[in-house]
Ligand binder design. Sequence first.
Ligand SMILES: Cc1cc2nc3c(=O)[nH]c(=O)nc-3n(C[C@H](O)[C@H](O)[C@H](O)COP(=O)(O)O)c2cc1C
Length: 198
Amino acid sequence: MFYDTTANAHGLKHDPFKALIVPRPIGWISTLSEDGVLNLAPYSFFNGVSTDPHIVMFASGGRKDSQRNAEETGEFVCNLSSWDQRDEMNKSSATVGPEVDEFALAGLSTLPSLKVKPPRVAGAPAHFECVYLQTVPMIARDGRHTYDIVLGEVIGVHIDDRFISGGMVDTAAMKPIARLGYHDYAVVDEVFSLKRPG
Ligand SMILES: Cc1cc2nc3c(=O)[nH]c(=O)nc-3n(C[C@H](O)[C@H](O)[C@H](O)COP(=O)(O)O)c2cc1C
């Protein structure tokens, strides 16, 4: 099949776009508002986009609390979302007002960060402490604009020592979860390796 995205007449039950960009890592973003209200939400339009310097991005559909807090305070933390905390991650995605602390809503505890003010999710296998860099609006040729990309420089990385083995991160042991289309997710609990041709 083929469809033109102008009319987006794909003829399927739902827009297949996100079911085709898979698996998407989930950036579980913790922030503080200017007034000090704690905030947590998952973003699957998330990725690492540079290793020199270390930069991550998440894309917000509308200026949600995470984007606003990151822009206003200049800081956010990206927590790795894993199988063990899948229900808490999902609970933290509830559409609630900026006055609601999703750590409390999801029954999660905090761990202090070392270099930024927003705390980390206790129990997450890894965390990136980030300083906000810039927001890039996603504007279509016809001017439509819903999403913004929020970029942050990673200034500190925490890894739970339980997941370091032989000097390497044991990704399968962390059981990271990733977003597919619809209500579907994947869990990484098995890996394979390929050496690049010399
Ligand atoms: C797994 C998952 C991934 C999500 N990814 C995104 C995303 O990439 N962009 C987005 O705008 N919302 C995404 N959402 C929805 C937000 O998490 C939700 O709107 C949340 O309430 C935003 O919270 P905030 O206003 O505290 O930032 C996702 C939800 C889930 C469960």
